[in-house]
Design a protein around this ligand. Structure first.
Ligand SMILES: Cc1cc2nc3c(=O)[nH]c(=O)nc-3n(C[C@H](O)[C@H](O)[C@H](O)COP(=O)(O)OP(=O)(O)OC[C@H]3O[C@@H](n4cnc5c(N)ncnc54)[C@H](O)[C@@H]3O)c2cc1C
Ligand code: HEM
Length: 882
């Protein structure tokens, strides 16, 4: 019965053993359940019919041999059977679970499954969760705007000295003549009357005046209110400039957005549309069961057409290198970046290799014995090669060690977080499912081909969302559908029981991965047990040999052995932490856990994620210096003046205020230090600060707040690397000059450095360039605004690099001598008086290549006090956080 020579004999053999096996299975089930014996006998007859029907089905699809590997897949959850047999409990699968869909049923399942799932996914994407303080606003810009050329836009920017220009703006506003024009997403607005009340300062507007400022605008993370300001003041649409983004006016045609100049011969696009039609054709053939005899479900035969198809698919992947993409993950919109593109190529190539293996095995009819074993081994090696190559690509291309390759999927506005989490889980599980199908080396070319579709489709969907060709909802529905195809198709290939078994195994592997089991341990364990099946039963003649092997038990045993090996003989962690980012561009709910007054006007607010996301191990994902927007009710709504000035936000339902979390990116809470601007304060502030009083005084513990982010560019890339004016600087010393609440990004940077030091203990072999010294000057009006020592040098961080010294500088107190009233061991000192050149020179080390200065605080403090002093002292590498 050697099937390498005789196909029919192999089929019959396999069938025979299947009937025997089912019979044995039922016999075993019958023993403990005597009362149901008549029912069971009936089931046996039914099952024999089913198996006979299955033989007929299989003979239709001649190329589908009962490969040893696909048999192995039937084994995956037999672990439960293994356990239940051992304990004598007898786990019984209902007879219908053994049902293999017949030809006609397969067609119904294929077509209706696809349609139902598509409808379900569409329905899910209609769900929205709108923060209570937020009304849904109508999108879409003003119509009938005239085209404006770049030259005309530039003419309205007045590139003159700053002070002069601010004067000029006041005059322009008074005389009603616009002179500060700016374009965002192609929409040109006259911002003259708005400029002097711009919350980010008039300077920033002047700096970008006369340009298309979409990038800096979106980088800050402006609110809808800001978008409305532009729309209200729109005067035209920028000519001949490609636009994208939230307020883009539909001036380009869909075609002009798809066909860009970067690929002049349209190689990528032609390949893309060819591959897409190939996928659609194959899925259609599969779902409608239209494959000819001697072909697999998708109609592939081991011929040159199949080879050509896979090479076109790979060609499409390689042709994506025609385009220039950013090195780091852009936060402003869904966009492919270098590391992501490399990973995509590696994942697709892995499936290409498997496809080629299946092609060879089918072509040379090696479904049992050496052919099958070779394919299984090649497939498994391709999985390990993919993991290693992906790690290498990351190490090579990612210069930001904080970044994770978490999904960049654009979710629709107000998408509930649980829906997003459901999608993510589903996407990750599908990846695991793909790997399982690969390592068990079954069931054929068809499934490998369909499994490549989501990888390639995802790239194009992401690009289309960015270009405004499709909405993010369409993107999800389509991607979801593409993943479902491999599940629906997989279902049609096996009995319900086997399908459930494979899915249960996927879920099991997914859970182990979510809880951080080292991916090499996970897959080596699974692959070894499959290899042992081969060795133990070589030469394999029947399914029985395979199914008798306790595969699950061996897998778990392997995990235990490998885990113990790692733990005792290597420094590689058995569990790696996997952090999913909770905070994203859409507002997310957080719950106030605690509120503590830490000085006269500073409050420490600690927020939790909702329990479900805490349980799933989410972290904020915010990096040092990045900030979030907190949405809060508007106490000044309807009041034309506030603190004696015109109230710009008179008609807003809610306010959006920026705050900088002080945690490291991996923490599971979001903590802020908020400065309270109280009511009835001297200096004309009768009404106080709106956002800060709400947060510090009104929000109670247990209450929810909504926030979005991260905003602001990443300045620290980890391992001592800073980006200063676009240049990468390697630092070993950080000196920070903070004014008032400007201490917050400094704290987050310090915590991030300590986090790096902590992980350097966990991975001693990896290369770490730790920051060694961290010197801080915190300027404030009076000494009781200072933060206690524990904020900088908590007990739990004793001995961790960097060594941190803090000098408090009370600028409002009139003692002029430099006083160090506390021991240096604790790294704290107190100064009184103004910030001068001498104070800085005494506290900070002299300027050096590897010294970075961080500046943060009120505008006047940063621009008018700190910058000139630092220039005098010849410090370079100066970074202004906000
Ligand atoms: C990128 C970025 C990050 C930030 N991070 C933080 C942070 O981590 N922590 C933090 O506390 N703030 C931070 N801020 C400032 C914060 O966004 C708000 O501007 C601040 O909380 C004031 O908002 P408000 O609504 O309370 O004041 P508003 O009602 O908007 O009042 C506007 C301004 O009036 C002045 N004012 C009002 N009342 C008083 C008063 N009683 N005494 C003196 N002046 C007064 C203040 O200058 C105030 O900013 C950040 C700002 C930016 C741009
Ligand atoms: C093009 C027209 C612009 C408009 C209408 C506009 C409007 C606003 C508004 C309304 C805010 C308050 C916060 C919010 O609602 O998001 C704000 C904040 C801010 N803007 Fe702009 N802005 C514009 C351009 C820019 C540009 C080009 C920059 C350059 C970087 C910039 C930088 C900032 C900063 C730093 C803040 C403060 C952040 C904060 O407090 O949230 N803005 N802007």
């Amino acid at each position: 019965a050697d099937c390498t020579h005789c196909e029919t004999t192999a089929e019959d053999d396999a069938l025979l053993s299947k009937v025997e096996l089912l019979q044995t299975h039922l016999d075993l089930q019958k023993k403990p359940v005597d009362a149901n014996s008549s029912k069971e006998e009936k089931s046996t007859e039914q099952l024999e019919d089913v198996v006979a029907a299955k033989l007929q089905e299989k003979s239709h699809n001649g190329a589908l041999h009962p490969s040893i590997a696909s048999l192995a897949s039937e084994h995956l959850i037999s672990f439960l059977d293994e356990v239940s047999l051992a304990t004598g409990q007898g786990l019984s699968w209902p007879a219908w679970a053994e049902y293999f869909p017949t030809h006609g049923q397969g067609r119904v399942i294929g077509i209706s499954g696809s349609i139902c799932l598509l409808l379900f996914c569409y329905w899910i994407t209609t769900l929205k969760e709108v923060p209570p303080m937020m009304r849904e606003t109508q999108k879409g810009g003003p119509k009938d705007l005239r085209p404006i050329s770049l030259e005309e836009l530039k003419k309205h920017s007045h590139q003159v000295g700053r002070a002069e220009h601010v004067e000029f703006l006041y005059v322009s506003v008074a005389s009603n003549q616009g002179d500060l024009w700016m374009a965002v997403d192609g929409l040109v607005a006259n911002l003259t009357d708005f400029a002097t009340s711009h919350p980010g300062g008039v300077d920033l507007l002047l700096q970008h005046a006369g340009t298309e400022a979409a990038e800096p605008f979106h980088d800050v993370g402006h609110s809808e209110f800001a978008l409305e300001q532009i729309q209200k003041r729109a005067v035209g649409i920028l000519e001949n400039v490609q636009v994208k983004g939230a307020i883009a006016i539909e001036k380009d045609t869909v075609m002009s957005r798809i066909f860009t100049k970067e690929d002049p011969y349209n190689v990528h696009k032609v390949l893309g549309f060819t591959v897409l039609s190939m996928y659609l054709y194959r899925i259609f053939v599969w779902c409608c069961q239209l494959a000819p005899p001697n072909a697999d479900y998708a109609g592939f035969k081991p011929d040159l057409w199949a080879l050509a198809s896979i090479f076109i698919v790979e060609g499409l992947q390689v042709s994506s290198f025609i385009f220039t993409v950013p090195q780091n993950r852009p936060l402003s919109g869904p966009m492919i970046w270098q590391e992501w593109r490399a990973h995509n190529l590696i994942f697709v190539s892995r499936l290409t290799i498997c496809f080629l293996g299946a092609w060879m095995v089918n072509r040379y009819n090696g479904m049992m014995g050496w052919g099958s074993w070779t394919q299984m081994t090649v497939n498994q090696l391709s999985v390990f090669a993919q993991m290693r190559l992906a790690d290498l690509a990351t190490a090579w291309l990612r210069d930001d060690t904080h970044e994770t390759l978490v999904s960049t999927m654009p979710y629709w506005e107000h998408c509930p977080k649980w829906v997003e989490s459901m999608f993510r889980t589903w996407y990750s599980m599908s990846q695991i499912y793909t790997t399982i199908v690969i390592i068990i080396a079954g069931p054929g070319m068809d499934l490998y081909f369909v499994m490549i579709l989501p990888y390639q489709l995802y790239s194009v969907l992401m690009t289309f969302v960015r270009k405004g060709v499709i909405s993010s909802r369409t993107c999800h529905v389509t991607y979801f559908w593409s993943l479902w195809q491999s599940w629906v198709c997989g279902f049609m290939m096996q009995s319900f029981r086997v399908f459930v078994q494979v899915q249960a195994f996927s879920i099991f592997c997914y859970c182990t991965r979510v809880y951080g089991l080292n991916k090499y341990v996970l897959w080596i364990g699974a692959c070894t047990s499959l290899q042992l099946v081969m060795i133990k039963n070589w030469p394999i003649h029947s399914e029985q040999d395979v199914l008798e092997f306790p595969m699950f038990t061996v897998t778990i045993l392997m995990w235990a052995i490998l885990g113990a090996g790692l733990k005792f003989f290597s420094s590689v962690p058995l569990f790696d932490s996997r952090h999913a980012r909770y905070v994203e561009a859409r507002p997310k709910r957080v719950i106030l856990r605690s509120k503590t007054k830490v000085s006269t006007n500073l409050y420490h607010l600690k927020f939790d994620f909702p329990w479900f996301f805490r349980w799933q191990g989410y972290s904020s994902g915010l990096q040092p210096g990045q900030h979030v927007k907190i949405l809060c009710g508007n106490a000044s709504q309807g009041r034309s003046t506030w603190n004696g000035h015109a109230n710009l936000e008179v008609s807003r339902d809610y306010l959006s205020r920026s705050y900088t979390p002080i945690n490291s990116s991996k923490d599971s809470t979001v903590d802020f230090i908020v400065k309270l601007y109280p009511e009835d304060a001297p200096g004309g502030f009768a009404d106080g600060g709106r956002g800060s009083t709400k947060l510090c005084l009104e929000v109670k513990e247990g209450e929810e707040v909504w926030l979005s982010g991260p905003h602001g560019s990443k300045v620290y890339r980890g391992n001592g690397n800073f980006v200063v004016d676009g240049k990468l600087i390697k630092a070993s010393t950080i000196c920070a000059l903070a004014g008032g609440s400007g201490i917050t990004p400094v704290l987050s940077l310090l915590r991030q450095c300590r986090e790096e030091c902590r992980s350097s203990f966990a991975k001693p072999n990896a290369k770490h360039d730790l920051i060694k010294e961290f010197s801080i000057i915190h300027a404030m009006r009076s000494m009781d605004e200072r933060l206690e020592t524990t904020w900088y040098n908590p007990l739990a961080e004793t001995g961790l690099a960097p060594h941190c010294t803090v000098t408090h500088l009370a600028t409002g107190q009139k003692e002029l001598t430099l006083k160090r009233s506390m021991s240096h061991r604790e790294g704290m000192a107190y100064n009184y008086g103004k910030l001068t050149k001498d104070v800085i020179a005494e506290i900070f080390p002299p300027a050096a290549e590897d010294l970075v200065i961080i500046l943060c605080g009120p505008k006047g403090f940063v621009d008018d006090v700190c910058q000139p002093l630092l220039r005098e002292l010849k410090y370079s590498n100066v970074l202004t956080m906000w």
